[in-house]
Design a protein around this ligand. Structure first.
Ligand code: UDP
Length: 316
């Protein structure tokens, strides 16, 4: 059988680099592209096998002269600190980048999966969030650049599906953590791990009672891969939440990170960022029923692995 070919945009990022590894294990020939504004070559330089990296910016065009069976669109700044630092690039990659990716898919007949996000639900008024909830997003707040870029991207994906018959998938990815996150990327798990290992206080935003549900990266990648390969012309193009139902407050997370690192800890309370969602937890009935997927790695086990990885890399 001919080897299947996959393209991963944002391949040098946290999720993109894990996805490349999984696709190689699945027997794909993989091309990865990244403009390296938040991704790093370090994430991919160890990858061996049928993988080729091209440094390019998908917002300016994607003329690859190659056909792909599967196109995973993961290029975007994804941590709040990053997308607030790169607001225009974030809007462009969600809008123009998605348009270019869909143009390539239309030209080569490939299937596209969009890495969407729980941020499309904004600061949700219902919990858990089901895929048919339309969200509660402030378009002009600092997070709006990411939330609206991804909402636009979803709309564009649906338009290409409806108008051009492109095969499409939309994964709404919830908070994911694991090895290869940047220690300073601003997201809470690498921040707390970095702080605890350095013996610094843990910076909790607000009163720490806001909640998130954290998924270990291998589980997230497995859900994404299953969604891409899900065959069902009636519903496979609809959005699917990929995330854990194990909801924790930030104070619970802080205590858990400290216990697993075997350290005492102090908390330094900081102001809550504008529009920081108060709760977040996916309803994963769709993923369970359609994909036979749910997370397997507990938060405790996933944090242990992540702490071990950070310890192995950094001068602690
Ligand atoms: N947060 C925190 N301390 C930090 C970094 C983040 O308390 O040093 C909080 C943040 O305000 C949010 C939650 O942790 O309530 C998750 O933030 P993250 O940036 O990881 O992603 P988000 O879920 O907001 O996209």
């Amino acid at each position: 059988m001919k080897k299947r070919r996959a393209l991963v945009t944002g391949c040098a990022g946290f999720l993109g680099s894990h996805l490349v590894v999984r696709l190689l294990q699945e027997g794909f020939s993989v091309v990865g592209v990244d403009n390296l504004i938040t991704g790093t070559k370090r994430n991919i330089e160890q990858i061996e096998g049928d993988f080729r990296f091209l440094e390019l910016d998908v917002t300016t065009g994607l003329w690859l002269e190659e056909d792909f069976d599967r196109i995973y669109h993961f290029a975007s700044p994804a941590s709040p600190a990053d997308y607030i630092q790169y607001p225009i690039q974030t809007l462009k990659v969600g809008a123009l980048g998605t348009h270019n990716v869909l143009g390539l898919a239309k030209a080569c007949g490939g299937r596209v999966l969009l890495a969407s996000t729980s941020e499309v639900y904004g600061d949700p008024e219902i919990s858990p969030q089901t895929e048919d909830y339309w969200g509660h997003v402030n378009p002009i707040g600092p997070r709006g650049v990411y939330d609206e870029a991804k909402r636009f991207a979803e709309a564009m994906v649906m338009a290409y599906h409806r108008v051009h018959g492109v095969e499409t998938r939309i994964a709404r990815i919830f908070n994911t953590y694991g090895p290869r996150m940047r220690r300073n990327d601003g997201r809470v798990v690498p921040t707390f791990i970095d702080q605890i290992l350095r013996g610094e206080p843990l910076t909790v935003h607000g009163d720490g009672k806001q909640t998130r549900s954290f998924t270990y990266v291998d589980d997230t990648i497995d859900g994404i891969f299953r969604l891409m390969e899900f065959e069902n012309s009636e519903r496979a193009f609809l959005p699917v939440n990929i995330g854990s139902s194990d909801e924790k407050t930030l104070l619970e997370l802080a205590a858990l990170v400290a216990r697993l690192a075997g350290r005492d800890y102090e908390i330094r309370y900081c102001p809550l960022p504008v529009d920081d969602p108060k709760v977040r937890r996916p309803d994963i009935t769709r993923a369970r029923e359609w994909l036979g997927w749910e997370p397997r790695v507990t938060l405790e086990e996933g944090l242990r692995r992540t702490i071990a990885w950070f310890r192995g890399r950094s001068p602690f």
